[in-house]
Design a protein around this ligand. Structure first.
Ligand code: SF4
Length: 344
């Protein structure tokens, strides 16, 4: 049996779990190819106009899953206690059904970690029974999936590479977490934090290869490099809890980067149509302004052009470098040069 797994959205976070789970059950997992122009075009045709870019990409990837018995589209309600995923996540699979080729079967399961592990396991047992698997096999597959996922998450750290980690997390060898020096820090090089959803920062077609371009010029820190204790400790000042798990991680990590003296600047990567980012981006930008941290927002959509992005990136990095060189300079008026030019 072959299950098609679209290379979009939750692929960037939970694929190791699902690959480990299905492989244990002797089910082959087939992913769609890396994003290219036709995938994007198909997604634009099949997804609703109002939705966000990652969901459009998901619709496109569904179109490119061929020769499989099922397309797997889980509904992930929550991944931890006290938070939910964003409403557009909750709308899957219904919101992307128009993209499913005629006659193709959809396999889905609702996972809500707020209800506890036992309930999640029950849902998976129902899924397993549809595939002709016994409860005991599903339980073992669940453990195998969690092991792969933990291995993948443990590998995150400075110098972490998404594709490499993903490949290795489904192999038996233990991945070693890069030490703090994984980036091989060079004092001369800039240190930039790229803040945003994993399915934007690691989707190199949609983000016009921003991460690699940035890595050529600077050491890059990502939201995924920040552990949950650090995230929690930076949420304490909020008067209200953040409901959405991704946004919580992004705000906590973003604030940590703002306060970290070793980070020279922050780039917030977002996309049109993202409701949660419209609020969180503003919160992170205020923090950056208050702390005089150079900050830039890059908003992606299906029309984003590479030339414009490169120009903005170079201008931003020039500004950050200038800031670093002149930060200690105090003019005769008693103000630091460039003090107010911290945002582009
Ligand atoms: S968090 Fe934003 S980008 Fe992600 S699925 Fe929701 S609306 Fe789309």
């Amino acid at each position: 049996m072959k299950i098609g797994f679209p290379r979009a959205l939750y692929y960037f976070e939970h694929f190791p779990f699902w690959a480990g789970f299905f492989n244990y059950l002797d089910i082959e997992v087939v992913t769609s190819p890396s994003t290219h122009r036709q995938i994007m075009d198909e997604g634009l045709k099949k997804a609703s106009d109002e939705t966000c870019l990652p969901l459009k990409l998901l619709a496109g990837h569904i179109r490119f899953l061929k020769n499989v018995d099922y397309i797997f589209l889980p509904r992930i309600v929550s991944v931890e206690a006290n938070t939910y995923t964003c409403p557009k996540f909750l709308g899957i699979p219904e919101s992307v059904l128009p993209a499913v080729p005629e006659g193709m079967n959809v396999l889905t399961v609702t996972l809500n970690w707020r209800n506890g592990k036992r309930q999640v396991l029950k849902e998976l047992e129902v899924l397993g029974s549809q595939l002709g698997k016994s409860k005991s096999d599903v339980r073992k597959a669940f453990r195998a999936g969690l092991e792969c996922q933990h291995k993948y998450q443990d590998s995150m750290g400075a110098g972490w590479e998404f594709e490499k980690s993903l490949r290795e997390s489904n192999q038996p060898s233990i991945i070693k977490k890069p030490k703090d020096g994984g980036l091989n820090p060079d004092k001369e090089r800039l240190r930039i934090a790229l803040v945003g959803h994993s399915y934007l920062t690691h989707e190199s077609y949609a983000n016009l290869n921003l991460l690699n371009k940035l890595r050529e010029k600077a050491d890059v820190e990502l939201v995924q490099n920040v552990n949950s204790e650090d995230v929690e400790s930076h949420l304490s000042e909020l008067r209200k809890k953040i409901f959405w798990s991704h946004s919580k991680q992004i705000f906590g990590a973003g604030k940590k980067f703002v306060l970290d003296q070793k980070i020279d600047g922050i780039i917030y990567l977002t996309c049109f149509g993202c409701g949660t980012d419209s609020m969180i981006q503003e919160l992170v930008s205020r923090k950056a302004r208050e702390n005089h941290k150079p900050y830039m927002v890059v908003t992606l959509d299906e029309h984003s052009g590479e030339a414009g992005l490169v120009t903005r990136l170079e201008a931003f990095l020039d500004m950050v470098e200038r800031r670093r060189a002149h930060e200690g300079y105090v003019s005769t008026y008693g103000k630091c040069l460039d003090r107010d030019s911290n945002a582009l």
